[in-house]
Design a protein around this ligand. Sequence first.
Ligand SMILES: [Zn+2]
Length: 261
Amino acid sequence: MARPHIVFLMYHELELAGRKLCQSEPGYVRYILPVEEFRNQMAWMKQAGFSGLSVSEALLFPAQPSVCITFDDGCETDLIAAAPLLCEFGFHATFYVTAGFLDTPGYMTSHQLRELDSLGFEIGCHSMTHRYLSDLAEAELKREIVDAKQRIEQIVGHALDHFSCPGGRYNRRTIETACRAGFKTVANSEFRANSAATSNYNLGRVAMLRGLSREEFNATCHGRGLWKKRLQQQTRRGVQCALGNRAYDRLRAALLKGSRE
Ligand SMILES: [Zn+2]
């Protein structure tokens, strides 16, 4: 019997001792896990009997307990930190790459991306320049989705099936453009597990924040308590809609800065 729900985890850059992060603002850093924290989570998953799957594998909804592992942005730590640990634990994952960030400081080079691909990890697309797709006109949307897909495909030498939305922002036009471009799935950042009944163009993912306890992590893998996070997110999204993306980001940066001081 197919398992009803699988949680998709969303990771970003990992923090390594002595290595500068791609960005330093608090709104970015809260999504960055020190590599030891990521290693612990993979160990907890293993101990709890979960398999780590790529998006393609997860969408087959296998019977054994599983969690889908995804990374956004295409940071260099995908290859040099995450991949070795995933290999060690025998887990698979999907890496969504921002095409325009390749070969820039802190991100993978084209050569490293090919290496990640050749290790057997699944490569997806996370736009061209990481702009919020819900804000864009037609030509810009094409560049962010269609052109980005082509650019990464040229590097890895095969078709990409999976897309994830920068900042989780998307609307109907985003989905239509991704679908026309030939993507088979679109993932967002909505806090919910996915089931066979979920549209492949509306895959929820749970953002992994630094400092999660073992209990919180285990609950997340089981899909427990996601409704609470979803409620908080819906409140935030309501504020985003009311203010617009840009004003919201300024407000958020100010609040996060204040909470650190
Ligand atoms: Zn991103």
